[in-house]
Ligand binder design. Structure first.
Ligand code: SF4
Length: 289
């Protein structure tokens, strides 16, 4: 296997055993359950999560310090949520020594960079106790997701119950039970341009990373990557928080995750080459090699 899935210690298919969490979870309720467990067991003091902003489905990062606040952040919003902007605030103003954070792949990269080269981030490096990365193929500015839902799917943002990308389509489910599926060729042009040069699909730098791809409906694929991640994961599984199955025993399994990761990397490497050819974004290439 190549490096498209990053380094990991174990990979399983899992879902939360907490019915309340599962009710509004995107898939297996992994992030919410893990943070609730970590909070209740003193592994973290609080977590930077992404919840409801000032418009329907607009993502807004905030610091959750209770189970209720964690529950309020359930579900994927498919628009940009500047998680990293809260890092300093969390360690300084809130004074957290053990911080949890969830984010997509590029945010895990930013987090690790802040830890390795803490310029202007002096108090941050050793205070991150659990970083959970989400699989991410692309993301959208809020206006774009609004246009997709309102213009293409013909629904009001406030009527939406769930948004989901899967099986080659962008799915919008409304509170009244309607489901609209948009082909991804429509959604592509709404993506934020930065995503077209992104080479990470499964959050290689999270302590744990998770996403729906590879697992059956209602379950999530979970990569346990670091020692920190492994300690928390094993404790949480031991405490009965998750049902798990070996990833080899579920369909579609890692084969699909690998395929999609490779597709993303290949497509985006081409974009990087194209941009370099046009003389823009040369900075993406390391000038020393
Ligand atoms: S595709 Fe990459 S750059 Fe875009 S939001 Fe996802 S992780 Fe970030």
């Amino acid at each position: 296997m190549g490096m498209e899935l990053g380094k990991y210690k174990t990979c399983v298919s899992a879902r939360s055993t907490d019915k309340e969490i599962l009710k509004k979870a995107q898939d297996g309720g992994i992030v919410t359950s893990l943070f609730v467990y970590a909070l209740e067991n003193g592994i973290i003091d609080g977590a930077i999560v992404s919840g409801q902003g000032d418009r329907p489905w607009k993502a807004r990062p905030y610091i959750a310090t209770t189970k209720e606040e964690l529950l309020a952040a359930r579900g994927t919003k498919y628009n940009i949520s500047p998680q990293i902007s809260w890092l300093k605030e969390a360690t300084r103003s809130y004074g957290f020594d053990k911080l949890g954070i969830v984010g997509v792949c590029c945010q895990m990269q930013a987090l690790r960079k802040a830890q390795l080269y803490p310029v202007g981030m002096r108090d941050v490096p050793d205070k991150v106790a659990l970083a959970i990365g989400i699989f991410c193929m692309e993301n959208f500015p809020y206006k774009s997701i609004q246009q997709l839902v309102e213009d293409h799917a013909g629904q009001k943002m406030q009527a939406v119950k769930k948004m989901e990308i899967g099986k080659g389509k962008f799915w919008v489910t409304t509170e009244r039970g309607n489901t609209i599926a948009l082909p991804l060729k429509i959604t592509h042009k709404y993506e934020q341009p930065g995503c077209h040069v992104c080479l990470d699909y499964v959050s290689n730098l999270g302590d744990i990373s998770t996403g729906s791809v590879g697992s059956p409906d209602g379950w999530s694929t979970v990569f346990v990557r670091t020692k920190k991640g492994e300690e928390t994961w094993n404790k949480a599984v031991g405490a009965g928080l998750f049902e798990t199955k070996p990833i080899e025993q579920v369909k579609p399994g890692l084969e699909l995750v690998t395929k999609l990761a490779n597709e993303k990397i290949t497509k985006n490497k081409k974009h990087i080459e194209e941009r370099a050819t046009f003389g823009v974004n040369k900075g993406l290439r390391n000038p020393y090699i």
